[in-house]
Design a binder for this molecule. Structure first.
Ligand SMILES: Cc1ncc(COP(=O)(O)O)c(C=O)c1O
Length: 474
């Protein structure tokens, strides 16, 4: 089928991103714009419009107002998602050959930026939640051990990255983490793609936002955690550790020369929502409804895992012996469209729309799902990836990725260096990155990942061909 008819289809119950719920929670001024003559808003960078990198025009003015309202020094709107802004941020923070400390569960866009900018990622391992096979955010003690191990490695670090919250909404107290990293002299970039609503001061139970925690650069995806259209995002800069001109130059390398005025207007409108009493009230109501929904579902025996973002429902399917991917495949044709299927869980994004009568429907859906998969035992606990606390790839990523390479079965890859990213999507967290040397425990772990992720975790791996004699199994 062609694309246009699909976009008009009723798809069922939507629990995916963008969080505006197929337009229902779009800001009123953007809806009004979209109701005007089709295409009227599709303007180039006319002097009165400008663009994210111009100092004059409506976009510049809007960015300045957003930054002022947020208490940030600078703001840049983005039309290539959090991806584009994270990549530009990383290039601004580290020169070729420099190293950046980042957690193992970074989004693949940052690893790709390391390839683009010839930056070395110094990757730190995370606490592991073995009941669901997902990493947990680190706390201050964990990060202190990371900092010590990094110092012991003798590597000079140019900057550090934190992820807050995770896709599932797991978050820890960011303040001591940011402080610890800045005390080392490292500017801190926080990927808060899933947490722009943390920066809206309406709910004391939400985690402290990266901006309040004092991070130097913060990326918000406005489609994931506000009411923006797909691809909208914003990058905030605060303090004096990062040079805004360096950020501006990096954005200039990666940004399209024809940014969509509609997407830029959507950035503005969704950020304005967070400042308006209407938008703030709406967020407050959604959070209250979401908390009430989760507690009602738990009372009815639906196994939801605790998460710090009430707008994410993390269904623990593994507790009943069903994988999140299996549950998703069963639910899709029945009109339940979740966001994030993983081996042990299926995550539903409630977004910013109201879901009337969801508690009953969700509980019924859960019992039907269980009835369709009877007699299963709960999954055994998941094993953590066999990784050192701190490690960096043995070969520069940019070199490994471009080197002559061959694809070989995983079982034959012991001792070789990966030339590729192995990364199920979603969530977009790499299991293996270019330049890493494979050893037996890592290979055995990757092979077991195939049982969980299926085709998303390939049977073979592309390796740097150092011998010239390896066989290619494409
Ligand atoms: C944590 C995180 N950061 C960044 C991104 C990239 O966001 P986008 O797809 O809007 O470019 C994602 C996407 O899933 C993500 O989960």
């Amino acid at each position: 089928m062609a694309l246009l008819p699909v976009l008009r289809q009723r798809l069922g119950r939507s629990f995916f991103l963008p969080a505006h719920g197929r337009g229902r929670a779009l800001p009123a001024d953007l809806r009004r714009l979209l109701r005007q003559r089709a295409g009227i808003w599709d303007l180039p960078e006319l002097p009165q419009v400008g663009g994210p990198l111009e100092s004059e025009g409506a976009v510049a003015e809007s960015q300045r107002r957003s930054a002022d309202a947020m208490g940030a020094r600078r703001a840049w709107y983005g039309v290539n998602g959090a991806t584009g802004l994270l990549q530009a941020s990383l290039l601004a923070l580290a020169a070729p050959g420099q190293a950046v400390l980042m957690p193992r569960n970074v989004h693949r866009s940052l690893i790709q930026a390391c390839v683009l900018g010839d930056v070395t990622p110094v990757l730190f391992d995370l606490p592991f939640q073995s009941d669901r096979g997902q990493p947990a955010p680190p706390d201050r003690l964990w990060l202190e051990r990371v900092v010590q191990a990094t110092a012991a490695s003798g590597r000079t670090i140019a900057a550090a990255v934190l992820l807050h919250p995770t896709y599932q909404g797991y978050a820890s107290d960011l303040v001591p983490l940011v402080q610890l990293l800045q005390q080392q002299g490292w500017p801190v970039l926080v990927d808060e793609a899933h947490g722009s609503h943390f920066a809206v001061d309406v709910d004391e139970q939400l985690p402290v936002s990266a901006l309040s925690a004092g991070a130097d650069l913060v990326v918000h995806s406005l489609q994931k955690s506000s009411t923006g259209l797909a691809q909208t995002a914003v990058l905030w800069l605060q303090g004096n550790r990062v040079d805004p001109d360096q950020v501006q130059r990096s954005l200039g390398w990666l940004q399209t020369t024809s940014p969509s005025a509609l997407l830029l207007a959507s950035c503005e409108a969704s950020l304005r929502e967070w400042r308006s009493s209407r938008g703030r009230d709406r967020l407050r109501r959604r959070l209250l409804e979401a908390r009430a929904l989760a507690s009602e579902l738990r009372e009815q025996g639906v196994p939801l895992l605790p998460t710090q973002d009430p707008l994410r429902l993390v269904l623990n399917t593994a507790a009943q012996g069903v994988s999140g991917l299996e549950a998703d495949a069963w639910l899709l044709p029945r009109g339940w469209l979740a966001e994030l299927p993983e081996p042990a869980t299926l995550t539903f994004c409630l977004g910013l729309v109201r879901h009337r009568g969801l508690a009953r429907a969700f509980a019924r859906m859960w019992s039907q799902l269980m009835a369709a998969h009877p007699g299963r035992d709960a999954f055994p606990t998941f094993e953590p990836p066999p990784l050192p606390l701190v490690a960096c790839p043995e070969m520069a990523l940019s070199k490994a990725w471009r080197a002559p390479s061959v694809r070989v079965p995983l079982a034959e890859a012991n001792g070789a260096i990966s030339a590729e990213l192995v990364c199920p999507y979603p969530p977009g967290i790499p299991l293996l990155i270019p330049g890493e040397r494979l050893d037996q425990p890592r290979l055995a772990w990757l092979q077991r990942q195939r049982l969980f992720w299926g085709e998303q975790c390939p049977h073979g791996v592309r390796l740097v061909d150092t011998s010239g004699s390896m066989r290619d199994e494409r």
